[in-house]
Write a protein that binds this ligand. Structure first.
Ligand code: IPT
Length: 957
């Protein structure tokens, strides 16, 4: 016999989606029906278990005066300074035993209480609904002491009819939120676990005769230029679109000439759906999405997706995003040439989709579903293959589609992410196809594409992508007929991703490849008083996945990382190539829909990186896919004998909604001639005197051959061969990667602890030669390194020759010299900039004259690692020195050593020392994206091979 001593919490572990909620419907803001936001400060009580407290708090008159307070929308673990628990980060592991549908007894439960006054002029007719836009992960709701129901499905809207219960004056809304529930098994996305009422809570008046639900069907026939509009509505009414002279009944189709909606030309028509009870504003975009000839076509044209995966994130508020933050995301995406977003891995706040409609982004709207943790048990008991869970899956599919169905930006419905395969997914796909045959269905987890309209993969390597492009990948008959996208690729964790340009080349080469979505948009760093930004493990989690949660194109504060700058260049809508010697520019419109009339072109000519002339360039308004050759003016006379180059830019000709006139969308550079290399005759002779060698402006230690000073500039540490870099997340790679991960091998070999053996110091007739051997303890491999110093009396040349000895089976992280300067701050250089670049992430590096400071050269990756190199540097000036390269070199300077950078876990671990460490590199190893994808392609390997490179030093003081 058993009896209950605690309130019933069975619903928490019930596989059902819940009870009491209204059927899902379109999400919209009425023009005239009243609404009342219940966002704001709520009373809050945290319990350790689901059943710790009884329901009495929901009763009217309950005194919650001694409760804490939280802000809604919000997550309680991000409020209360740790008093309400803390966030947990896991990638795919469930942070509780896999025992579906059960969850631990320790189940943080937040009782939320809000007493609100119904405005005195709140209409008494009709009804009212209470809408929750997002609650993680399970909630039970009472209004004025009456239970409304309970629900799961964290990032989906749930509404309850409350008309009968509302009272004039004061009303009491009580919400009990459980962190863990059966629903948690369906929400195993790679992100922080963050309980709470994290989206809006709104009371909506529903006048009699108001629109219950509606579905805008607005297609476009590219052969006639006409659009057909039909608005289906649960309640009859009229549909008005003044700009198109449309005034028709709901349910009635009307065909008129329209401008179509595309992400490039997001034409929206304002309209109204008017019923007896209310007027609903419509923003109508006409477009037709089909699968045809094995391609995804919109308005008859195949689309190339240049996308990104976007999680909702704010470093202080978690997934409780305000409108301005959402807009910032969209503006940043548009300004960086992106045209698509996958709402990984759940439907976003609906306002984000409004912005996608308005500014123009193709959207894959993804359902709130991931069961990734079941992979640990070979997907046994996976809810998506267990009929008991199917109602919950269908509920989630319906809540997504019904809520979001009126957004023209959405072209794909995605069933979810990383949920294996199973009958439940098929049921979702069948339901979605039936409910909305005008869009396509996406899901990555089934490579046979049983349920989908596109073959989608994640992190496929370049060679496989090429095979898929060539239709040589085999697969089921169905799959062979389908286009291909990478719903995730190029893992933007830490420094990188490398290899983006190589992917884009493939996407552009093969029709079947319709582009991809970078993983991911933003680093989910949590703002933290001591650590700067916290990541997994920083809250003492028992299981966690470290900084794998910081893998975005923008930093937690939304500052673009070099990865975003690189992506912008790689996907630019116009290709600008040139033949500098003959003064010809080739311009290609790489857009799918728009011509080039929105852009203005400018040319400029640089001598030694300084612009000497510029002007505008007349480029025809090329149609998508078209190219033209345009002649440049005569290059300016070559008076100084310097290096001459052309730069051509495409800029916005006028202000747009997302950027101002003059915003640069694309550019190209091409040399007029070769760069003159620095050279001088070695006229000076080393002079040995009292333990010191003098050579031209420089002084050396006669015993060690170490450089001590050049002119008046003291050198804190002599230039020595350096091969080490603080491994990047991509160097380290993910533990499941089967390919060689060099970050580990480098360390095993000992490249982070190279020893320098001095062989000889020879003061010859015209050179000082220092011979060394550089090698790690315990190994026989080494690098025979000879430093040869010469001078013409004013300048000092260092030639370094490196000969590998032994069997080098690994590439080198870097190869160059490192030295220390006691004082340096301002930096000026002629070379690639303004930002960092690595061999396979250097497309956006523009050759010019750049200025910065040592501090600003650093890229603040959330977990410190190699960063900040500038490519193709001809010369650099810092700390009183000018250094010219023969050939060009990679330049890095920082106020800490590579070893300190390597040891740091957070930015705040890095403290400026009294030396500025400068690396002048002849080569760097590529970056790749092996933290969840391929390593660098072979052409970006820095092989251990015999090389020689030189630098010419002089003083600027
Ligand atoms: C893939 C996930 O879909 C995504 O959510 C994220 O975890 C990403 O990886 C890595 O950051 S799954 C992976 C096993 C390929």
């Amino acid at each position: 016999m058993s009896f209950r001593t605690t309130p019933s919490v069975d619903y928490v572990e019930d596989v059902s989606p819940g009870s009491g909620a209204l059927p899902p419907r379109a999400w919209y803001a009425s023009s005239d029906a009243r609404s009342l936001s219940l966002n704001g400060s709520w009373r809050f009580r945290l319990s350790a278990t689901a059943g710790a407290e009884d329901d009495s708090f929901a009763e009217e008159g309950y005194d919650a005066g001694n409760w804490a307070e939280v802000t809604v929308p919000g997550h309680w673990v991000l409020q209360g300074d740790g008093a309400f628990g803390s966030p947990i980060y896991t990638n795919h592991l469930y942070p509780f035993p896999v025992d579906p549908p059960y969850v631990p007894t320790e189940n943080p439960t937040g009782d939320h209480l809000r007493v609100f006054d119904l405005p005195s002029d709140w209409p008494s007719d009709g009804g009212a609904v209470l809408r929750f836009d997002g609650v993680e992960s399970c909630a039970r709701v009472w209004l004025n002491g009456t239970e409304l129901g309970e629900f799961k499905g964290s990032r989906l809207a749930h509404e309850f009819a409350v008309g009968e219960l509302l009272k004039p004056g004061s009303n009491v809304l009580a919400v009990r939120v459980h962190q863990w529930s059966a629903g948690s098994y369906l929400e195993d996305q790679d992100q922080w676990w963050l309980p709470g009422i994290f989206r809006d809570v709104t009371l909506l008046h529903r006048p009699a005769g108001s629109v219950a639900d509606f579905f805008v069907h607005a297609s476009y026939d590219h052969t006639t230029g006409e659009g057909t509009l039909r608005v289906d509505s649960g309640v009859d009414g009229r549909v008005l679109v003044p700009a198109l002279d449309i005034d028709v009944a709901t349910g009635e189709p009307v065909t008129v000439a329209v401008e179509p909606w595309t992400a490039e030309t997001p034409k929206l028509y304002d309209g109204v759906l008017a019923t007896d009870g209310e007027r609903v504003p419509l923003r109508i975009g006409f477009r037709t999405v089909v699968l045809e000839d094995g391609l995804v076509k919109v308005n008859g044209t195949a689309v190339l997706f240049k996308g990104v995966n976007r999680h909702e994130w704010h470093p202080e508020r978690g997934r409780a995003l305000d409108l301005e933050t959402m807009r910032e995301d969209v503006l940043l995406m548009k300004r960086h040439n992106l045209n698509a977003v996958r709402t990984s891995h759940y439907p976003p706040h609906p306002a984000f989709l409004d912005l996608c409609d308005e500014y123009g982004l193709w959207v894959i709207d993804e359902c709130d579903l991931e069961t990734h943790g079941f992979t640990e048990q070979d997907w046994r008991d996976n809810p998506v293959d267990d009929d008991r869970w199917t109602p919950a899956l269908l509920d989630r599919a319906a809540r997504m589609v019904e809520r979001d169905k009126n957004h023209p930006s959405i072209v794909f419905w995605s069933l979810g992410n990383e949920a294996g395969t199973g009958r439940g997914l098929t049921a979702m796909a069948e339901w979605i196809h039936g409910r909305d045959p005008e869009r396509l269905v996406h899901y990555e987890g089934d490579w046979n594409c049983r349920d989908t309209d596109v073959y989608s993969r994640m992190y496929a390597f370049h060679d496989e992508v090429e095979k898929i492009g060539q239709q040589l990948d085999g697969g089921t008959h169905k799959r062979r007929e389908l286009p291909f996208i990478q719903c995730e690729y190029a893992h933007a964790m830490g420094n990188g991703p490398g290899g983006l340009a190589d992917y884009q080349e493939l996407f552009e080469k093969y029709d079947r490849l319709q582009g991809g979505f970078i993983w991911e948009w933003i680093d989910h760093g949590v703002k933290h008083a001591e650590l700067g930004y916290a990541y997994g493990g920083d809250f003492g989690e028992e299981l966690h996945d470290g900084n794998f949660v910081c893998d975005g194109l923008v930093f937690p504060d939304r500052t673009p990382s070099p990865g975003l700058i690189e992506y912008k260049k790689v996907i630019e809508p116009v290709r600008i190539e040139g033949d500098g010697a003959n003064g010809i520019v080739h311009v290609t419109n790489k857009q799918d829909f728009a011509d080039l009339s929105a852009l203005a072109f400018e040319w400029s000519c640089q001598v030694d990186g300084e612009t000497v002339e510029s002007g505008s360039l007349a480029v025809p308004a090329l149609a998508p896919g078209e190219s033209a050759e345009v002649k440049l003016p005569e290059p300016p006379a070559d008076g100084r004998g310097g290096e001459r180059q052309w730069t051509v830019r495409a800029l916005l000709a006028n202000d747009t909604s997302w950027a101002a006139k003059g915003h640069v969308v694309a550019w190209g550079q091409f040399a007029v001639g070769a760069r003159p290399l620095p050279s001088f005759p070695a006229t000076d002779r080393p002079v040995v005197e009292e333990g010191r060698i003098t050579l031209g402006p420089a002084g050396f230690d006669a015993r060690t051959g170490a450089l001590l000073s050049i002119g008046g500039v003291e050198v804190g540490a002599t230039p020595r061969l350096d091969v080490w870099r603080a491994p990047t997340d991509n160097d380290d790679g993910a533990e499941w990667q089967t390919d060689t991960r060099y970050g580990m091998l480098w360390r095993t070999l000992g490249l982070h602890r190279m020893r320098h053996r001095l062989v000889s110091v020879e003061a010859g007739d015209d050179a000082l030669t220092v011979r060394t051997r550089v090698a790690p303890a315990a190994r026989e491999v080494g690098l025979d390194t000879v430093y040869r110093w010469t001078s013409d009396g004013e300048r000092l040349r260092l030639s370094v020759s490196v000969t590998p000895e032994g069997d080098w089976t690994v590439p080198l992280p870097r190869l160059g010299v490192r030295f220390g300067l006691p004082e340096a701050d301002r930096v000026e250089w002629f070379g690639g900039g303004p930002g960092e670049a690595y061999p396979d992430s250097r497309t956006a590096s523009m050759v010019g004259r750049w200025q910065s400071t040592v501090d600003r050269l650093q890229t603040p990756y959330v977990r410190p690692q190699e960063n900040g190199a500038r490519a193709d540097v001809r010369w650099v000036e810092l700390g009183g020195l000018r250094i010219e390269g023969d050939p060009e070199f990679w330049f890095t300077a920082r106020r800490w050593t590579t070893e300190q950078l390597d040891a740091a876990r957070h930015r705040t671990d890095l403290a400026a020392g009294d030396t500025v460490w400068v690396n002048l590199d002849h080569g760097l190893h590529g970056v790749g994206s092996q933290s969840c994808g391929p390593g660098p392609l072979p052409q970006y390997f820095l092989k251990a091979e015999p090389v020689e490179f030189s630098f010419v030093f002089s003083t600027t003081r």
